[in-house]
Design a protein around this ligand. Structure first.
Ligand SMILES: Cc1cc2nc3c(=O)[nH]c(=O)nc-3n(C[C@H](O)[C@H](O)[C@H](O)COP(=O)(O)O)c2cc1C
Length: 219
């Protein structure tokens, strides 16, 4: 990306956030996770830039904060969340190095200067126990660094979700796959009802099948 591309992208995020709220959404989550654009800037294997967007940790995080600062000009920061996956290894060529976790520590500590709706972190998507640079327990590692509302995701079931809240390592839990196959997930948790299994073969495909056709629990 040229500097001009980056400026255009910052503006695009700002316009999208303003449009989302105008269209009726309560807020936006800046998706800075899972190997997408911002994570490609954060990560040393994908970011080889020699300008102010590469090199130092501060530089690698710059585009994210430019986007955040631009969005907060058009919507209140209390309506903005940000999502990160610090121990991501694999997708889109993202591999961890010695600066990966320090980069996320820098970002997450700096977010204490803001008043965001939440910071949303994913536990590792894969087994990273053999990677020396990885943090295996994300909520435990990052909770002490962030004063605001912390959301945690990835492979959490009802029991693990309750535990992470009780232990104080997160304030909120985000459920993905369980919510796809259980549109009434909260009610099922509340009433200790069985959960429906999701069908992996329908994921990532274009049609409605496997997304909108799971029934609610019969009462
Ligand atoms: C069908 C499907 C689509 C997903 N799409 C995205 C996506 O577009 N971007 C993304 O970052 N994560 C995506 N995810 C990952 C989820 O956001 C979530 O991190 C992951 O499913 C782990 O949480 P879970 O164990 O509660 O499902 C997707 C997951 C599923 C199952």
């Amino acid at each position: 990306m040229t500097i001009e591309d980056i400026k255009t992208t910052v503006q695009d995020f700002k316009n999208s956030a303003a449009n989302a709220v105008k269209a009726g959404f309560d807020g936006v989550e800046i998706h800075s996770s899972n190997g997408y654009l911002f994570q490609q800037f954060f990560n040393g294997t994908s970011n080889h830039r020699t300008d102010e967007y590469g090199g130092s940790i501060e530089n690698k995080a710059r585009i994210f904060f430019e986007v955040l600062d631009a969005i907060k000009e058009v919507i209140p920061q209390e309506k903005i969340g940000a999502r990160f996956n610090p121990s991501l290894q694999g997708p889109f060529g993202t591999t961890m190095d010695e600066e990966t976790i320090p980069t996320f520590e820098y970002i997450i500590k700096k977010l204490n200067d803001y008043n965001l709706a939440y910071v949303h972190l994913s536990e590792p998507f894969t087994d990273v126990s053999a990677i020396p640079y990885a943090v295996t327990e994300i909520a435990k590692h990052f909770r002490p660094l962030y004063n605001g509302t912390l959301m945690i995701n990835s492979a959490v079931d009802q029991e693990k979700g309750n535990k992470v809240i009780e232990e104080g390592y997160a304030d909120l839990v985000a459920y993905g796959k369980p919510y796809i196959s259980n549109p009434d997930l909260v009610e099922r948790f509340e009433n200790n009802l069985d959960l429906a299994e999701w069908d992996q073969s329908t994921f990532y495909a274009g049609g409605a099948e496997g997304y909108t056709d799971y029934p609610k629990a019969s009462k």
